[in-house]
Design a binder for this molecule. Structure first.
Ligand code: SF4
Length: 350
């Protein structure tokens, strides 16, 4: 028997229909039907979430795996994923869980209530909790309850997200979230339409800015560079310029290597030269921290001070050695590096 929790952000409409306001699909859902993500169901005019605490995957991961490179480097994050997604990306690496049908009847290996998640984080020596592997907003109520509890227990909180939440949803969880690791998959209508099937992709940018400006979250951006789809200069330059102008030159940009996957088996892995070109595009836009991802041992994995050129954090894959950090600054020359090692949101919220 699956527990159904009433959704938080929806409106009731005539004829027992409802409209969900968790993500920017704003699904209009008829009685008995599901939203696009298949994790919210309208039952007789009330909207229920179907995957509260239903965990498909759990691990104590290095925070670098999210990837977050400027946020509590070298720590572990208890990483939790559920089922389903509000995007249907052609290149999804976790399609077995994200493209799952509704979990009725319950099919997961674990049910992990928020209190248990907090206890697991502590017993596995994790400094925080990350909702990742599938889109966290589609078990919104669970991540909110867990984030509130995590803050009371001095754990940091991370969303690894496609960023398609409504401002209303962001503002609901904003007081309890420390980091927003957002994908910006490309920079054109065509890319988002072909890759993800969504149209209002610019709202992702607005919400990421709001996460930073209104809620003081630490933001890092990931772009998986897909040959022939998101590797052209106009898109790369668009993303780099947006990060620089709207999030700031100290915001990390991860350009990651695509591997043939799911519906894009016919494309080759991203050539290293293409990744290095994307890196150069970021540097030309005056971004101080561009990292190539999914290429262990590449020289751009480590953090170098843009001011004095010294090595600050050495990385190889998920191995991390912090060398030259004092607070958020370079210990050699004092330059601000936007690396958060303390100062997460307090536990004073209700
Ligand atoms: S969370 Fe799901 S049901 Fe709600 S608007 Fe997004 S896709 Fe639709």
């Amino acid at each position: 028997m699956i527990a159904m929790n009433e959704a938080m952000l929806y409106e009731r409409l005539p004829d027992s229909r409802v409209r969900c306001h968790i993500c920017q699909w704003h699904c209009l859902i008829n009685p008995g039907k599901l939203g696009v993500c298949r994790m919210y169901r309208n039952k007789n005019g009330t909207l229920y979430n179907l995957n509260y605490a239903q965990v498909s995957s759990v691990a104590a991961d290095p925070i670098e795996k999210k990837p977050l490179f400027h946020f509590f480097p070298g720590t572990l994050a208890l990483s939790l994923g559920s089922w389903g997604c509000n995007f249907h990306c052609q290149d999804c690496q976790n399609w077995e869980i994200s493209c799952s049908e509704t979990p009725e009847p319950y099919r997961g290996p674990h049910q992990i209530q928020p209190q248990t998640a907090v206890e697991m984080a502590k017993s596995h020596h994790c400094a925080g909790i990350a909702w990742t592997y599938n889109e966290p907003s589609i078990w919104f109520e669970y991540t909110l309850d867990s984030a509130k509890l995590a803050k009371k227990n001095n754990l940091y909180t991370v969303y690894v997200t496609n960023g398609y939440l409504t401002p209303e949803a962001l503002d609901t969880i904003g007081p309890y979230l420390d980091a927003w690791r957002v994908d910006v998959k490309g920079f054109s209508d065509a890319l988002y339409r072909d890759l993800t099937k969504i149209t209002h992709w610019r709202r992702i940018l607005e919400v990421a800015q709001r996460a930073k400006d209104k809620w003081g979250m630490h933001v890092e951006v990931v772009t998986n560079i897909i040959p022939t789809m998101s590797d052209d200069d106009p898109q790369l330059e668009g993303i780099a310029r947006w990060i620089h102008d709207e999030l700031g030159e100290l915001t990390p940009w991860h350009v990651t290597r695509f591997y043939p996957n799911y519906h894009l088996q016919h494309l080759p892995p991203t050539p290293i030269a293409t990744l290095e070109h994307a890196y150069d595009v970021g540097k030309r836009a005056d971004l101080k921290f561009v990292y190539t991802g999914n290429v262990p041992g590449h020289k751009s994995e480590s953090t170098i001070c843009y001011s004095c050129g010294k090595l600050i954090i050495e990385r190889y894959g998920y191995q991390t050695r912090v060398i030259g950090l004092e607070g958020s600054r370079c210990k050699f020359c004092g330059a601000e590096l936007n690396i958060r090692t303390s100062g997460t949101k307090g536990g004073h919220h209700d």
